[in-house]
Write a protein that binds this ligand. Structure first.
Ligand SMILES: Cc1ncc(COP(=O)(O)O)c(C=O)c1O
Ligand SMILES: [Zn+2]
Length: 419
């Protein structure tokens, strides 16, 4: 293992790895507006001297293109057997029609919808499940807006672990169906993510179950680093100017930033990108914190079609804000209308059907260009974080309806004259 332990991001105290320990007791937690703010948030610390002695561009190039290509950066030696569904290795697609429409010269789409369960969460599940096995635990449990649940359900099935998932009752049908089909014990709860998070955190104390909830479990963020490694390698170890991302808890935005910094510190790349966080106007704590300068939960949040982003608190906000500041980045809101327009553009110009939460990164582009935050000549990577097939209701908002026609040659001929 290349992992040394956990370090408190606030006071710097170091702790050995332990499946039940994610928060520094010295800094602890604070309750604000009824939600837990982890003042003692921790992150995994690695032995970078040991990792640097093993990894190289050449080593990576000999391995299959998926997340485990970078296994040392995740803490795993070359000989450790791991549970995987071959997550990662997603395409970085050069946009042509959408780029032309938006007047961006170099627009690239990192299509995370092509992961095994249809979202980037599979990279996080890789870590969550293998850590559960590493600690000899037999059960995992998580609170989720939908994608983390459907992903962990698949990985727990493959690992032979018992899996419990708790989602808001309004979660997309496709995501709930995935959980059930993978055999997870699936519960719908009448409440928003933060309310369920708080109750679950209390309820699971003392149980022999690994809490793999996004925003709490510290291993998840490590899996997200692989998005950064892949982007650099897909660009021939070049770094784009901007990474534009859809944020909820802020976990994977920070994960990517950590990944870019690791590559930079070990000499794989010679610059760092600027990170942009995008969230719904009705509730995006990270955007609010960035703009106001105060890291604190919102007093409440409204509704949004972006169910994976809408929040009154982002549990990884302190880390995500740090990434935005260190990278000289930016944060911006989008409306549901802008999200629906982006879904349509992405589908009709590029052939990618993404869920609403997955396209805030596209929806924000006109605003960023107009305000001069990004230049039309910059190289921009937008994260497309989840598949549209998970949320048919979201898709139906932009789809229109099919036409029914009688079964005869004439009626089919007529179709071609509609133009
Ligand atoms: C499709 C999609 N995109 C983005 C996010 C936000 O990710 P994070 O919580 O890592 O900020 C989520 C979270 O559930 C999601 O489902
Ligand atoms: Zn501390």
């Amino acid at each position: 293992m290349f992992i040394k332990g956990l370090r408190c991001v606030n006071c710097g105290e170091f702790f050995p790895l332990n499946p039940k320990f994610f928060v520094c007791p010295k800094c602890d937690v604070e309750k604000v507006c009824g939600v837990t703010v982890f003042k003692g948030i921790t992150e995994v610390v690695y032995d970078y001297v040991a990792i640097g002695g093993v990894v190289s561009r050449e080593l990576f190039s000999r391995r299959v293109f998926n997340a485990l290509r970078y296994r040392e950066f995740l803490g795993f030696g070359g000989d450790v057997e791991l549970i995987t569904l071959c997550e990662g290795g997603t395409p970085l697609i050069g946009s042509s029609r959408l780029a032309e429409y938006l007047k961006i010269k170099h627009l690239l789409l990192k299509n995370e919808a092509q992961n095994p369960t249809g979202s980037f969460k599979d990279r996080e599940s890789l870590l969550a499940v293998n850590m559960a096995l590493n600690f000899g635990l037999k059960s995992v449990s998580c609170v989720s807006s939908g994608n983390a649940a459907s992903s962990i359900a698949a990985y727990a099935a493959r690992a032979g672990l018992e899996c419990y998932v708790f989602m808001p009752a309004k979660a997309s049908r496709g995501k709930i169906l995935q959980c059930l089909v993978y055999g997870a014990k699936t519960f719908l709860v009448d409440g928003i993510y933060e309310e369920i998070f708080e109750v679950h955190l209390e309820a699971i104390k003392g149980l022999n179950v690994l809490d793999v909830t996004p925003g709490y479990n510290r291993f998840r963020v490590e899996g997200d680093k692989t998005i950064a490694y892949e982007i650099c390698e897909q660009l021939g170890w070049r770094v784009p100017d901007w990474i534009i991302d859809n944020v909820g808890n802020g976990t994977h935005l920070y994960g990517m930033w950590k990944g870019f910094k690791e590559l930079y510190n070990l000499g794989f790349i010679d610059k760092l990108p600027r990170m942009v966080a995008v969230g719904p106007i009705s509730g995006a704590p990270i955007v609010h914190c960035f703009k106001s300068g105060v890291i604190s939960p919102l007093e409440g949040c409204g509704e949004s079609i972006a169910e994976g982003l809408i929040a009154m608190w982002s549990y990884d906000a302190p880390l995500a804000i740090r990434a935005l500041k260190e990278s000289n980045g930016y944060a911006e809101y989008v409306s549901d209308y802008e999200i629906l327009e982006a879904m349509k553009m992405l589908a009709r110009f590029e052939g990618i059907f993404a869920e609403p939460s997955a396209v805030a990164s596209i929806a924000v582009l006109p605003k960023l260009l107009e305000s001069g935050v990004i230049d039309g000549k910059d190289e921009v990577v937008c994260l497309i974080t989840g598949s549209g097939l998970k949320d048919p209701e979201g898709g139906s908002r932009i789809s229109g309806n099919p036409m029914s026609i009688p079964l005869n040659v004439n009626s089919i001929r007529k179709v071609f004259q509609f133009k």
